[in-house]
Design a protein around this ligand. Structure first.
Ligand SMILES: Cc1cc2nc3c(=O)[nH]c(=O)nc-3n(C[C@H](O)[C@H](O)[C@H](O)COP(=O)(O)O)c2cc1C
Length: 163
């Protein structure tokens, strides 16, 4: 390989993304959330989406087990949510940040969109597990702008390229 891990991480970070908090409920009934930007749409019919989870996450078992989870796309004012749920072992959801969705998974208040998903399948993907969900319900906020992540930092939209 002509590059090392640091160079790869830096190069991948040049792909601008939104930021999500993936949420679920543990067997013990605890609401948890993890910041992720690996969200991708997969299929419209059937409605499938995916995200990938680090194999060495402290909460790997928490996210691999449950039948339902939610993918919450953060709005620009949610940078503190993103930072909070990206902390090592910091995944217990603040009660003020969510309400229970139709299928039980926590839905983050004022997220741009929340996809309530049923676990469809998983695939091994190197040091991550690819988690595919079937969208069972969605909540879309009619307004708001996204929180963006680019080159290791948070950004906001500066407007469309066409006027
Ligand atoms: C912007 C951003 C995007 C992230 N995306 C992912 C992701 O897609 N998958 C993942 O497993 N962790 C992702 N992380 C890392 C987790 O949020 C969190 O830092 C990590 O899981 C902490 O370790 P723990 O899971 O062992 O507690 C991301 C972190 C940030 C700040």
């Amino acid at each position: 390989m002509s590059f090392d891990g640091r160079e790869l991480r830096s190069a991948l970070g040049r792909f601008a993304t939104g930021v999500c908090v993936i949420t679920t409920v543990t067997d013990a009934g605890e609401a948890v959330g993890l910041t992720a930007n690996s969200f991708t749409s997969v299929s419209l019919d059937p409605p499938l989406v995916l995200w990938s989870l680090q194999n060495n996450s402290d909460v790997y078992d928490v996210f691999v087990g449950p039948r339902f989870f939610a993918i919450n796309i953060l709005a620009r004012e949610h940078e503190s949510h993103s930072r909070q749920y990206a902390g090592k072992g910091q995944h217990q959801l603040d009660a003020a940040h969510y309400r229970p969705g139709k299928h039980g998974s926590p839905v983050i208040l004022d997220a741009l969109v929340s996809f309530e998903c049923e676990l469809e399948t998983t695939h091994e993907g190197g040091d991550h597990l690819i988690i595919v969900g079937r969208v069972r319900n969605l909540h879309e906020r009619p307004d708001g702008e996204p929180l963006l992540f680019f080159s290791g930092d948070y950004h906001k939209l500066h407007g469309a390229t066409t006027i």
